[in-house]
Design a protein around this ligand. Structure first.
Ligand code: V55
Ligand code: FE
Length: 475
């Protein structure tokens, strides 16, 4: 039977949420505005797409879609685009069968028995470049690698046997001072195991240390933070169980009775010194940054008080010099978005600026042209100073909705915050996707350039910038 998505609760038949199922090359993209020539490198950005129709009870987030990468290559004010699916074992098997074989999100009980022996990565969440490998990540599986230039899929990657955990999350950290990759996996001895594994890899890919700790309960661990001396592992009140998988419920369930638990241990050890700070149930997945101030560990993040409350930027405070194992919480910025980014050269260090999306009703919005109610779309990126709390705001205009923001330094020697903001936007008037660029030091002036794709992308998961100084072009 041919592919037909009609009637599936997750997919409208048109618009930015419909599957694209589409690979493309656009040489010398159309650009409205001017791209400064100091933007030299490649922006990679992922989306979950759907080649085959998932079961009707699929987790409606779409986080079980097939990984699809957009590569935007910048040089001398021009951009070339390549869009490619990651050719995972899973996608190859489904293409060969011409139908969906894998079941619902991270539930092997719902997979076709013919794929039980296959690697099950959907490779759909984030990409990191380290020791010459471009890793495509999904938190329930090992990394896959792709050729950073041709985008051809290479295969499963376990750091040449050094990574023995069964999964690696899509949010490892790179310490820009040391060049270390701090990677981790949870459910790290197989589905539903309560093991967390953390690894450090040197810039040449050699393992420096690994630590194993036990999770206090089976909460999602989508992201972590690091400081100069510590790793921080937040376990939040969104849990799972074999019972849930057996009944075919979505894997993750919000449980407000569970505390938020932050596991802190020293980098370079084996994890046996882990100390758990506790606080009330909190809804969060992504962490902006953490840094040390004497005995105090500060961590900034978008976080909501419950499953339904807005996520705003707060600071969690852990006092390593006190016996009090509760963490504190302070409000930094009221923008409402689950995603915030920073100048990644300051990962784990004292820093000043965060960047976050916001749906700001103060700016003009065209309901007629977009068909989207005012106040619904992310129409702004906000820069906030984590110390003074001062803000700057970039507005994308009345017909576009922004996805995750990414900060690009102007050059390797630029000061913190001196650079550009990149984000893919859905232009609802023209029904095409654009890569929008702002100058991060002049955000109020609006977009300096829009890379106009002649088609639409879906909502994205995450993107990362690889300057050509770190990942040289081969042609
Ligand atoms: C998230 C995304 C995922 C996932 C779990 O952004 C959480 C949150 C794209 O896959 O599997
Ligand atoms: Fe994420």
């Amino acid at each position: 039977m041919a592919v037909d998505f009609r009637g599936h609760p997750m997919f409208p038949t048109s618009g930015f949420s419909a599957p694209t199922r589409f690979e493309a090359d656009v040489y010398d993209c159309e650009v409205w505005g001017d791209i400064p020539s100091d933007i030299d490198g490649t922006f990679y950005r992922m989306q979950c797409d759907f080649v085959y129709r998932p079961p009707e009870n699929e987790w409606p987030t779409g986080f079980n879609g097939d990984g699809h990468i957009s590569q935007f290559r910048f040089r001398n004010g021009s951009v070339d685009y390549k869009g490619r699916f990651v050719q995972t074992d899973r996608l190859k098997a489904e293409k060969a069968a011409r139908k969906r074989l894998f079941g619902v999100y991270r539930n092997r009980l719902t997979d076709d028995p013919s794929v039980a022996h296959l690697d099950h990565s959907a490779a759909n969440t984030h990409m990191y470049w380290h020791h010459g490998k471009l890793m495509v990540l999904k938190e329930d599986s090992l990394p896959w690698t792709v050729d950073p230039h041709t985008m051809e899929t290479e295969g499963v990657y376990d750091f040449n046997g050094q990574y023995t955990a069964t999964s690696m999350s899509a949010h490892p950290k790179i310490d820009a001072r040391t060049g270390e990759l701090i990677a981790y996996g949870y459910q790290a001895k197989g589905d539903l195991s309560d093991d967390i594994a953390v690894y450090s890899f040197a810039p040449n890919g050699e393992k420096l240390w690994e630590a194993w700790i036990k999770s206090p309960y089976l909460g999602i661990i989508h992201d972590i933070s690091i400081t100069e001396n510590y790793v921080i592992i937040p376990v939040i009140s969104r849990t799972t169980s074999l019972e849930r998988l057996r009944t075919g419920e979505p894997m993750w369930e919000w449980d407000a009775s569970l505390p938020t638990m932050l596991g802190v241990f020293r980098r370079g050890g084996d994890g046996s010194d882990v100390r758990w700070f506790t606080g009330p149930a909190r809804n969060t997945l992504h962490y902006l940054n953490a840094w040390e101030d004497g005995d105090i560990i500060n961590m900034e993040l978008p976080v909501g008080d419950s499953e339904r409350s807005p996520q705003q930027i707060k600071r969690w405070v852990m006092n390593m010099g006190s016996r009090d194992d509760r963490f504190g919480e302070e409000l930094i910025n009221t923008s409402n978005s689950p995603l915030a980014r920073m100048d990644d050269r300051y990962c784990g260090l004292p820093y000043r600026y965060g960047y976050v999306g916001n749906a700001d009703p103060a700016f003009e919005w065209d309901e007629e042209k977009t068909g989207v109610p005012a106040g619904r779309a992310t129409n702004c990126y906000v820069r906030f100073d984590i110390h003074s709390k001062e803000t700057s705001t970039f507005n994308v205009g009345p017909v576009s909705g922004l996805q995750e923001v990414c900060f690009i330094p102007r050059n390797d020697a630029a000061d913190e915050g001196d650079g550009y903001l990149f984000g893919v936007a859905s232009n609802y008037e023209d029904m095409v996707s654009e890569l929008v660029i702002a100058d991060a030091t002049r955000m109020e002036e609006g977009p300096i350039a829009r890379v106009r794709l002649p088609f639409r992308l879906r909502g994205g998961t995450h993107g990362n910038w690889m300057p050509s100084s770190q990942m040289p072009f081969t042609s």
